[in-house]
Design a protein around this ligand. Structure first.
Ligand code: GLP
Length: 241
């Protein structure tokens, strides 16, 4: 794994945007696996700046997001679909018909997960998969567990994750208890993986991912089984390495 440490969120944003631009330059209709949360925001802002300046073209890009809460519609401003529309899609001109998302309002979650998995596979998998990491080492919504999932699945969120994501909601009680997510196996089908971690509260998870045992205790540790992973850290997140 290629692990790089930076002094500021701005430097990470530039490095992340460089990777996206490189992928899109080589393949304008690249399949981009995207992530939500605070970690990708500076990179999305940098991509918006470059798109406005005509330095990168997203008009043919196809996107597949990692995960979505159960029970929230795309119009709900706490849904990941809404987040992506406002943080990236509108700003860089990604076409609606090129956006792919797990439907948190689906009547049959298992069928919805199978549909999404098959759709991504039909597109040949992601050319680039962007990831953040949870404090407990989760990626997407693959929470620590004895057994990891090969494909997309419905997950009950852990209390730690609910608490961590509470900041995007009015109160803890408003955070959905379950979500749909790409499985570890789905994530590992990406040709290239880019993970961003910033802040002191990610240091233990980053240590587990890079130095701990490869196990379900730290789902991100499975990234070590992939041959093309780039990790961008700030100094606080890299503190225990
Ligand atoms: C959520 C998302 C993850 C994300 C994580 C960390 O749980 N499902 O995809 O990586 O939060 O988010 P943040 O970057 O805000 O710390």
């Amino acid at each position: 794994m290629d692990v790089r440490s930076f002094k500021s969120a701005e430097e990470i944003a530039v490095a992340a945007a460089d990777i996206f631009c490189d992928v899109l330059q080589k393949k304008p209709n690249a399949v981009l696996g995207l992530a939500t949360g605070s970690s990708p925001i500076p990179g999305y802002t940098e991509l918006a700046r470059r798109a406005a300046a005509g330095l990168v073209d997203f008009s043919a890009a196809r996107t597949f997001n990692l995960d979505e809460y159960c029970g929230l519609s795309l119009k709900n401003n706490r849904s990941y679909r809404y987040f992506m529309q406002h943080e990236l899609f509108d700003k860089v001109g990604i076409r609606n018909e090129n956006v792919h998302f797990l439907d948190g309002l689906a009547e049959d979650f298992d069928a919805e997960c199978a549909r999404y998995e098959a759709e991504l596979a039909a597109f040949g998998g992601a050319d680039l998969q962007l990831l953040g990491i949870g404090r407990n080492g989760h990626i997407g919504f693959n929470e620590p567990a004895k057994k990891m999932h090969a494909g997309c699945f419905r997950v009950d969120l852990t209390d730690d994750t609910i608490q961590a994501n509470q900041r995007f909601f009015d109160c803890k009680g408003d955070v959905p208890r379950c979500a749909l997510t790409m499985g570890i196996g789905t994530i590992l089908t990406a040709k290239k993986i880019l993970l961003i971690a910033a802040g002191e509260d990610k240091a233990a998870a980053v240590y587990g991912m890079l130095r701990g045992e490869i196990s379900g205790q730290c789902p991100a540790s499975f990234l070590r089984t992939h041959g093309n992973v780039l990790i961008l850290l700030d100094e606080s997140a890299a503190r225990l390495l």
